[in-house]
Design a protein around this ligand. Sequence first.
Ligand SMILES: Cc1ncc(COP(=O)(O)O)c(C=O)c1O
Length: 370
Amino acid sequence: MVDLNRFLVPWMDQVKPYGTEDLLIAWSNPELKRMMVNENPIPPSEKVLQAVFEAAKSGNRYPDNGPRIRAKIARRYDLGPENVFISHGSSEIIDMIMRLFVSPGDEVLLPNPTFSLYSIRARVVGGSVVAVDMTPDLQYDIPAMLRAVTPRIKVIIVCTPNNPTGDFISDDDLMKIVELGIPTLIDEAYLEYHPEHESKAPLIRKYNHLIVAHTFSKAYGMAGIRFGYALADEKLIDYFRKIQIPWNTSLLAMAAAEAALDEGEELERKAAYNNAGVEYICKELSKIPGVKPYYSHGNYVLIDATDTGATGQEIVDHVFQKAGVIIKYFAPLRGRKGFFRISLGTHEENSLCVHAIKKYLENRKKEKKA
Ligand SMILES: Cc1ncc(COP(=O)(O)O)c(C=O)c1O
């Protein structure tokens, strides 16, 4: 056997892959409630399915780079198709940004907590991560982020609304980051749930170091179909073109996305369904003493149950064992160990999850008293 370490890039042994164990468990046990990876519980519409079916008829052909869908997306932002780059989900955009700007020894600046894939993809290219804790009320700590800027920082991540904390960065704070002139990803993965908040896409006209990313995995409900896009200055898009594997966005994904773009009402329906679920979960869980849900503009709610005495891990384990609901544990923040996140499911699943948490915490309290 060859000693692979002689050939591997030296930092690769330290890279931990993105955890997909929950997905393996969920796919092989379809009776479980999947409330852990911010999926949309509503399946694709008939029109989307039909579009995929039609596109599959040309499945023997390589796709182009989607001039029609790029033009359609561009019109929504009053940009040109040359400002739109389509991808195999927005994770691919995140990965391309790291490959473009980060080499071994460089750093990526981001808030903590946030979507874990940013760090993973930075480490894959030999970069390291400067994670700046959010404020105690889980807002971007801009003074601390600005203090963390050094010449080693090659990319800054702004996720807005942030996963898992759920809030938008304020315009003033965003501009303090933008004005640094460092390549910055503005990840708007969840923006379609709240279209009353304007996209930051117009900034790309003035700032050639910004990338605004979107995905069809969330409000559009196409996580398994895989479609995302980036908006940026034409020259930056040219670099994406150099780095992306050609034909990465499948004909089926493009067709699905194009059909979904034409169904504005379907998107509104999905967003309204989700947002009602967020209200429900926040309202119900905030009635439990010691439980603090953070109101979210995405399809997830972060909860801090530290003051109940239970840890996030205990709650996640209990809900899984007693109710068959998979939710996600989050690492302690500022010494508080009670964090977990619920990804919105159907209204029935949301209710099942809320009741399982309530029951666990009530029983726990009774046991402590006894
Ligand atoms: C903030 C954020 N960006 C990007 C993604 C990746 O989405 P995609 O399915 O488009 O790769 C996610 C997925 O959870 C996310 O939370």
